[in-house]
Design a protein around this ligand. Structure first.
Ligand code: F6R
Length: 612
């Protein structure tokens, strides 16, 4: 994963670089480093640990360079250590490189370079890059101003895998070069200065004008020019994109953590998601041009994603199947891409990705596209890689999500998927129109219903305080309540490090009930009146075996044996996860706080999983 930042201008680079890295820490935070050019020398400061540890390094404040590159790492090859942190230099100290991605053929390249006399100081795959650039620089007999650019181009032609790379060279002291392939990278345009970053929010306080890079593009930046090349160094033109997000959307705005801020942003995020797509009683999705004939021809819909985004898909399946009468299969992207799925031109495949940069989801999309499926991406990030690969893209417009644990992305994805399902259903005409109209009305009520849930957080906090020392918990539900339980259980694991499992209540008797013993915590969700009786029987079974049961429900349940009941507003069970997930998000959040953990940056996790 990793985050990278770059700056070229007339200001001191190091504070800008560190500031950018702090905003990219969600991508990885086991080591960090920066390189600047001072006079004719490349200066590097790096170490193991979080970005703010950089401030403790000797001489960090003395870096005067106005051009620099920086990196925050999520270790893949080589454990977190000073040696393995970026930037990495070539043996002659002429080229410094930071890299996000994985060089798959680095063993082969390393052997080649060792044979040519190069030494390696780290266990990373990245270190082959500066040395390979140096190798090609020395091979080139032409001594002109494009020599470094040619060396970079030749080196990249030998790299297999994914990379977003920034390169500084002492031979080109007023320029820097970046290359992108299958890893995110944007260029922010300023006046007399330019910025580089793995994502837009990290540099939003400096500029609102961006160039989005495509795969295999090479860019040479100077203070007042950004020159784009294709992989063979033919000059290409790119359009600038203005971004509307304010810089404050990427700040905490007085909240203690990004996660709690993002939980509270959900009413607004969902209003934005609904936006102009569902106005009064009318649905319009301008980005899509699916007519009735095409929709009638679909024999299967795949919904593919990872983690929380996949959980949104599991919940949305109910609407698509019920309203469109088309079979839907939801799959984990990393499984789908390697199982030779049955796809043809009658398959529609939908890919959900908040970041739009998840490597497995993008690979799954490419696979389905190659087999003739129409592909539709749902993302939160405009211009993200997945949206550039897909035939069609629609956006959640939830604003930047910074906390590693996803919250508003889930609810906004589920809202958008439900609107999409209704949009298909209207065109197909396979279901009673009043059913669709009722669901539309329920969708429009969601933002104020979430506000209601967010006003009553005391009980959730009390429960979290009671159970935060536990080692195991269980989440139960049926139908969409099971779908949301998957997400509740994931949130708990991610930020509180408590082991938890989610089960479809009806499955309990087939094995998992053996795990229920005296005092074990069970969170049961029951929002579907049609399934209520059955769900209550399942709960009774675990109560009998000594479980403490906390219930999230919109129904009137009276049962003295329940520990607590968290009431949420009534809505259509198809979209009840959008309400019932809120207490689950808060529950994990309060437990994590009670345990004194870093809520926004849980251990071992990164926000964008841009490697397989
Ligand atoms: C969980 C979480 C992850 C992501 C997953 C997919 O809180 O954040 O499970 O949902 O890595 O990420 P995107 O949606 O960016 O593809």
């Amino acid at each position: 994963m990793c985050g990278i930042v770059g700056y070229i201008g007339d200001k001191k680079a190091s504070p800008i670089l560190i500031n950018g890295l702090l905003r990219l820490e969600y991508r990885g935070y086991d080591s960090a480093g920066i390189a600047t050019i001072e006079d004719d020398k490349i200066e590097i400061k790096k170490n193991k640990g979080r970005v703010n540890k950089l401030y403790e390094l000797d001489g960090i404040n003395d870096l005067k360079g106005t051009i620099g590159i920086a990196h925050t790492r999520w270790a893949t090859h080589g454990k977190p250590s000073k040696e393995n942190s970026h930037p990495h230099m070539d043996n002659s100290n002429s080229f410094a490189v930071v890299h996000n991605g994985i060089i798959e053929n680095y063993h082969e390249l390393k052997s080649f370079l060792i044979e040519k006399g190069y030494n390696f100081l780290s266990a990373t795959d990245t270190e082959v890059i500066p040395n390979l650039i140096h190798y090609y620089y020395n091979q080139d007999k032409l001594d002109d101003e494009n020599k470094v650019l040619r060396a970079v181009k030749n080196a990249c032609k030998n790299l297999k895998g994914s990379y977003a790379i920034e390169i500084l060279s002492k031979y080109n002291r007023d320029k820097m070069i970046v290359v992108r392939k299958d890893s995110p990278l944007v260029i922010g345009k300023g006046i007399g200065e330019n910025y580089i970053s793995s994502d837009i929010p990290a540099i939003l306080s400096y500029t609102k004008e961006f160039y989005l890079l495509d795969d295999n593009e090479i860019v040479e930046l100077s203070r007042d020019k950004v020159q784009f090349y294709d992989k063979d160094l033919n000059i290409i033109k790119k359009k600038i994109k203005s971004i509307e997000w304010g810089a404050s959307s990427a700040e905490k705005d007085g909240y203690e953590d990004f996660m709690i801020k993002e939980i509270y942003e959900q009413p607004r995020a969902i209003r934005e998601t609904i936006g102009a797509k569902l106005d009064n009683n009318h649905i319009e999705i301008e980005e899509l041009e699916f007519n009735k004939e095409y929709l009638q021809s679909i024999n299967k819909i795949y919904i593919i994603a990872c983690g929380t985004a996949m959980h949104a898909g599991v919940a949305a399946k109910f609407t698509f199947e019920k309203f469109c009468k088309i079979p839907v299969e939801v799959d984990i992207a990393s499984e789908f891409r390697y199982r030779d799925p049955l796809i043809d031109e009658r398959t529609l495949s939908i890919y959900i990705s908040q970041s739009g940069e998840t490597a497995d989801t993008i690979a799954a999309l490419k696979l389905a596209k190659s087999k003739g499926s129409k592909t539709l991406a749902i993302s939160n990030v405009i211009g993200s890689s997945i949206t550039r690969e897909a035939d069609y893209s629609i956006y959640t417009h939830a604003g930047p999500e910074i906390a590693v644990a996803s919250t508003k992305a889930y609810t906004s994805q589920l809202v958008l998927l439900t609107i999409l399902g209704m949009y298909f259903a209207e065109k197909l005409g396979r279901i009673d129109k009043t059913k669709i109209d009722n669901l539309k009305a329920d969708i429009l009520k969601l933002p104020s219903q979430i506000e209601e849930v967010l006003k009553e957080t005391k009980l959730v906090k009390k429960i979290a305080n009671k159970v935060y020392k536990e080692k195991d918990m269980f989440f139960l539900g049926r139908g969409t309540d099971y779908a949301v339980s998957l997400e509740g259980s994931l949130k708990l694991k991610e930020i509180s490090y408590i082991h938890s499992e989610s089960y479809a209540s009806g499955e309990l008797k087939h094995g998992p009930i053996a795990l229920i013993e005296n005092g074990v915590t069970v969170i049961a969700t029951m929002t579907n009146p049609d399934l209520l009786e059955k769900s209550i029987s399942n709960i009774q079974e675990v109560i009998t075996r000594g479980a403490k049961v906390f219930v999230i429900t919109s129904e009137d349940i009276k049962n003295e044996e329940l520990s607590e009941i968290i009431k949420i507003p009534k809505t259509n069970p198809l979209i009840s996860p959008i309400l019932s997930v809120i207490p689950m998000q808060l529950f994990s959040y309060y437990i994590s706080k009670e345990k004194g953990l870093d809520v926004d940056k849980p251990r071992n996790l990164a926000k964008s999983v841009t490697v397989e």
